[in-house]
Each structure stands twice: as C-alpha cells, then as structure tokens.
Design a protein around this ligand. Structure first.
Ligand code: MG
Ligand code: ZN
Length: 224
C-alpha cells in the first residue's frame, strides 16, 4: 500500500517538474493557458467550438484536445477554425499529464499565440492532480448534472479558478438549481469566478468572451 502511494508521489512530482518548465515557456511568450476540465458531456468541445468561431478573429488561439481513444473532438475543433489543433490520444488514460502536453506543444509553432486551450479528458477526479503548466483550470458543469457535484468532487472545484455553468437553456427540464450549485461551489472555493451560459443559444457567452480577451491582454502585458 505505502509503495503504491510512494510511486504515485514520484509520478506526480515528476509531472510537476515538467509542468513548471511548460509554464515558464508559456509565460515567456505571454500566452494565457487554460485547462478545461469537466465530466463527459458538460460541453467542453461545444464551448471551444463557439469560442473559436466567434473569437478566432480577435485572438490567436491554439488548442490541445485530449481524448481517450478518438480524434473526434480535435476534428470538430479543426472545422471550427482553430488556428492550430493538436489531438492527444491518451490510449486509455483518464487524464492528461504534463508529458503529453509537452509533446503536443513541441509540434506546435506557438509564435503569435494569445491563448492556449487544453481540453482535458472528461473526468472530475484525477485531472485535478495533474498540473499541465496552465495558468488556471476552468471547470464546466452543465444543468443536466447534479448541482451537488462541487461537494462530490471538491478537489477539482478547489483547484479551479473559474466555473462555467453550461446548458442554462435546459433548466426548466431539470431539477438543477443554479443558486444551489453556486453556493455549493463557493463553500469549496470562495474565490471561484462563475459564468452562466448556454453554448446552444449563445446566452451568456459575451461575458465569457470579454473575460477571455481581458485575461489574454493582461497575460501579454505581464510577459517578462
Ligand atoms: Mg469533448
Ligand atoms: Zn486519470
């Protein structure tokens, strides 16, 4: 048992070392990097699709799309006009790690990039333990899930800086309580910034775009 824990510790500390190198490289280039995490089906790919379509002119966006077995999401995102979309197939692993990101980024020309999105594997558990060198984790939750998810997966919500509530157009058909999910999330993480939107109708996307443009500009200005 303790050997297993030691092994996990070693894997994670090696991961952290590589993540620090990635972060340094992205910081030097002033690239804002966001690690998108959620359960399967919360709408990570849909959010990225719309963001690329509607912000692709204003921001130079690169993407690393993780998937367990297919390149379906990466293909969808390429069609949406991502300047660069790099698929990463984990071959069964339920999370992305810094090594996968490092390999993917080595194949991308990052010059001129404003924002790097990493679409993680749909899973609210172990992706929270793996630093990918990102500026922040963005956790998505949709109104077709339980509004107690922040309480069930506290580590993910604690380590995220932003929470996006998606599929707000469907609340009348579900028991999901938006006020409750916000309260639950804030019990875990009082600093969490929260957006409510629908990728289907587009409602609420403006605030997200505004935040993104602003955060990318701040990151560019902070370049040392
Ligand atoms: Mg996806
Ligand atoms: Zn995993």
């Amino acid at each position: 048992m303790s050997e297993k824990i030691n092994f996990e510790k070693k894997v994670l500390s090696e991961n952290d070392r590589l993540a620090a190198v990635i972060r340094e490289n992205l910081n030097a280039r002033g690239i804002l990097s966001l690690n998108l995490v959620s359960s399967p089906g919360s709408g990570k790919t849909s959010l990225l699709e719309r963001t690329l379509k509607e912000l692709g002119e204003k921001l130079n966006i690169a993407l690393v799309a993780g998937d367990v077995q297919t390149e379906n999401d990466a293909n969808r995102l390429s069609k949406a006009g991502g300047r660069i979309v790099r698929p990463v197939i984990t071959g069964g692993a339920c999370h992305l790690d810094a090594r996968m990101i490092d390999r993917a980024l080595n194949k991308i020309d990052l010059s001129g990039t404003d924002v790097l999105f990493i679409e993680n594997v749909g899973n609210l558990v172990c992706p929270s333990s793996y630093d990918l060198g990102e500026d922040m984790k963005v956790v998505l939750i949709s109104t077709t899930e339980g509004d107690d998810k922040p309480l069930k997966y506290p580590s993910m919500f604690r380590r995220s800086s932003l929470m996006i509530i998606n599929k707000t157009d469907l609340t009348e058909f579900t028991d999901f309580d938006i006020d409750k999910v916000k309260a639950n999330a804030r019990t875990i993480n009082g600093d969490l910034e929260i957006f409510e939107l629908s990728c289907r109708t587009g409602k609420g996307l403006d605030a997200w775009y505004e935040w993104l443009i602003d955060a990318a500009a701040k990151k560019k200005n902070s370049r040392q």
